[in-house]
Design a protein around this ligand. Structure first.
Ligand code: FES
Length: 68
């Protein structure tokens, strides 16, 4: 269980928003494709862009087996 926290302040997207979005469409083996889909659904990383790396790392962790 990972504690929920805000990942993208511009768009108010939390860790669990990202995890749940990934969960609902977990059919990728490619982090960048997953990122684009998570971005399309949650709008994370469409403001200042400062969270881009953080979002990528979270997606990569979750896809690597970390549990939400
Ligand atoms: S913090 Fe995510 S776009 Fe600014």
């Amino acid at each position: 269980m990972v504690e929920n926290y805000m990942v993208c302040n511009c768009k108010q997207v939390s860790y669990s928003d990202i995890a749940n979005t990934l969960d609902s469409m977990f059919k990728f083996d490619d982090v960048l494709t997953a990122f684009e889909d998570v971005q399309r659904v949650t709008h994370c990383s469409t403001g200042c862009g400062g969270c881009h790396q953080k979002v990528l790392e979270i997606i990569s962790d979750i896809m690597g087996g970390a549990k939400a």
